[in-house]
Write a protein that binds this ligand. Structure first.
Ligand code: FES
Length: 273
């Protein structure tokens, strides 16, 4: 059993758990994820490891309550336990000293960006981070990102925190000003990752996106995370989750995601099964 040692509400419907999982904490690397089940009847859900403490034997998971299982997960408290936790899974982020790395996190995507940005910083890179949300209440991990970034930009759609606008705005300005950027890493909603890819493409700046937000069961079997990358079919959970943003067919991906929307709306209305 994997005991929840700490629970924290980061934003409305965004929760953080610190979970006792010594074997995973010992091996995991930035960019990897776990699959959890709450109980024997529960569905499997993949969650990116948002932080880890090897000495304490804990990992940190951050999730948004968007469906039946994540709402059920959100009702657990410190002292409760998860039935299973499999991992670490997925390919770890390639970390080395690139020079200047811009890390972009949108919404809940800031959670998986954080350990990656920290690892870039520890490898000697200059880290410029841009994090954003719809409004100030939904912004997460601001202090954590500030602590590991040389420069931190904050944007909100409504201007209630940081600059009013989108996360791509500071990136556009840096590129237009000729700032030397060696790598961009972006994680967030698919439309945001597509926008980042379009902003950096004309400048030829290598850009990586993590497609963990599109994973469903994380097993390679459901097909929910299928995506065309460089005209080849890939599965985010098995082949990724990170890919060259300039090779991802975002339009095809968004068209497929729309197919699930009516089902998800029904789930929300019914409050799950
Ligand atoms: Fe189901 Fe990848 S999440 S196949």
């Amino acid at each position: 059993m994997f005991t929840i040692l700490k629970k924290q509400e980061l934003a409305p419907s965004v929760k953080l758990f610190v979970v006792q999982a010594p074997l995973i904490a010992r091996k995991c690397q930035p960019g990897q994820f776990v699959i959890l089940r709450i109980d024997e009847n529960g569905e499997r859900i993949p969650l990116t490891i948002a932080d880890f403490d090897r000495a304490a034997g804990t990992i940190t998971l951050i999730f948004q309550e968007v469906g039946h299982t994540t709402r059920q997960l959100g009702r657990l408290s410190a002292g409760d336990a998860l039935l299973d936790l499999a991992g670490p899974l997925g390919k770890a982020t390639h970390i080395e000293k690139f020079g200047t790395v811009v890390c972009v996190g949108g919404g809940i995507g800031v959670a998986p960006v954080y350990p990656i940005a920290r690892a870039y910083k520890e490898a000697g890179n200059k880290v410029i981070s841009i994090i954003g949300a719809r409004n100030a209440d939904l912004l997460i991990l601001e202090q954590e990102m500030a602590a590991i970034s040389d420069v931190l930009y904050i944007t909100t759609d409504d201007g209630s925190k940081g600059r009013k606008g989108l996360v791509i705005d500071p990136l556009k300005e840096m590129l237009a000003a000729g700032e030397k950027i060696d790598l961009v890493m972006a994680i967030g909603p698919v439309i945001m990752m597509k926008s980042v890819a379009e902003v950096t493409r004309p400048y030829g700046v290598h850009t990586i996106v993590s497609l963990n937000p599109i994973m469903v069961d994380g097993t390679g079997m459901c097909g929910g995370c299928r995506v065309s990358v460089g005209n080849k079919n890939k599965f985010a959970c098995v082949d990724g989750p990170e890919f060259n943003a300039h090779e991802v067919d975002f339009d095809g991906l968004m068209a497929r995601q729309k197919m699930y929307h009516s089902y998800e709306r029904r789930e929300h209305r019914c409050g799950g099964d």
